[in-house]
Design a binder for this molecule. Structure first.
Ligand SMILES: [Zn+2]
Length: 337
């Protein structure tokens, strides 16, 4: 007993050190250590209300109705060993943190939600008064959600989600990127930016640099919409995350994704890539809309990648290590201006 105790104490100390090094991730059920996250889908949706405009009332639904729609698909996902689910629906597009908490409680999945505004689709999901705000004022609103929780629930965002249109940034979308940078500096939350083609990705990274925020804090969401793959490699080399998050959306992607991943592998950049489906979802305005399952990645892409020579360690990097690193709450400041 006398000999075991110091060893136990040492182990506890080491475990403590390891989890401190791993950093923390914020889920709808509170903080976890990044090494608890496990197999993760980094960009999915359980509910999106695309029929509304920001200043109109949302379509009515009950939590029971939404849970009934979504739960079977989450259970299917768990059968594939998935432990964590990053829910990317922004405020005013159907973000419902009570629903996410209930789904997390019923499944045991780690679910992350976000703060931010979705400017894509020409600002139709942005309240009119927000269009008049400057970056600092918008950031203060998001920082308040981080500090106090969302809509009185105490549930905190695990990342920042912004959306910009698929073209050079408008003045307001540049403001959103700047607000995200300011919020990152205050909170350490990672910036997930619905972007599409490269032009706006480079512009957002320029704004982050002006604000002193590293590309490591930035997820280029929907990066596979950019057809010049050398631009994806350039952005990855800067240290940003490349989110290949639309597997299953288009027939083209069935060929593009394995080829893109082989390119990143040959460039030694797999540690900058995230994978997901951007699938789901229950739309209360169109409740009969077919639900896109969260599983083609497991049914098709992973077997194909194994055929192409990807090892378990590389797949683990893409689906476990990279999301844990990307969503760790940590201030990533630009050190090489
Ligand atoms: Zn999405």
């Amino acid at each position: 007993m006398m000999r075991i105790q110091p060893i136990l104490i040492l182990m506890l100390l080491l475990t403590g050190c390891v989890s401190r090094q791993a950093g923390k991730i914020i889920t709808v059920n509170g903080e976890i250590s990044a090494d608890e996250l496990g197999l993760t889908l980094e960009h999915e949706h359980v509910l999106v209300d695309f029929t509304r405009q920001a200043d109109n009332a949302p379509e009515p639904y009950t939590l029971d109705e939404a849970v009934a729609h979504v739960l079977p698909f989450l259970k299917e996902l768990q059968a594939h060993g998935v432990k964590a689910f990053v829910e990317c629906t922004p405020m005013h597009v159907g973000r419902d943190v009570r629903l996410l908490k209930r789904l997390s409680d019923e499944t045991g999945l780690h679910i992350l939600t976000n703060t931010g505004f979705y400017g894509a689709q020409n600002n139709r999901f942005i309240p009119k008064q927000v269009l008049l705000m400057d970056a600092e004022a918008i950031a203060q609103f998001w920082i308040a959600e981080f500090e106090q929780g969302i809509e009185g629930t105490g549930i905190k965002p695990g990342f920042i989600k912004i959306g910009v249109d698929r073209k050079p940034l408008s003045e307001f979308h540049a403001t959103l990127a700047r607000a995200a940078a300011i919020t990152h500096k205050a909170t350490g939350l990672t910036i997930m930016a619905h972007t599409g083609p490269a032009v706006a990705a480079f512009q957002q990274l320029d704004i982050l640099r002006e604000e002193g925020v590293s590309p490591e804090a930035f997820i280029w969401t929907h990066a596979s919409d950019e057809k010049d793959w050398d631009k994806l490699v350039r952005v990855a080399r800067l240290g940003a995350w490349i989110s290949l998050d639309k597997y299953g959306w288009k027939e083209d992607y069935r060929e593009d994704y394995p080829r893109l991943l082989l390119k990143f592998k040959s460039e030694g950049l797999l540690h900058n890539v995230l994978l997901s489906h951007d699938a789901g979802w229950f739309d209360p305005g169109q409740p009969d809309q077919p639900f896109k399952p969260y599983t083609p990645l497991f049914d098709e892409l992973l077997p194909r990648l194994r055929q192409e020579g990807f090892t378990d360690a590389e797949l683990n990097q893409l689906l476990v290590t990279n999301p844990a690193t990307a969503f760790t709450v940590k201030k990533r400041l630009f050190t090489n201006p």
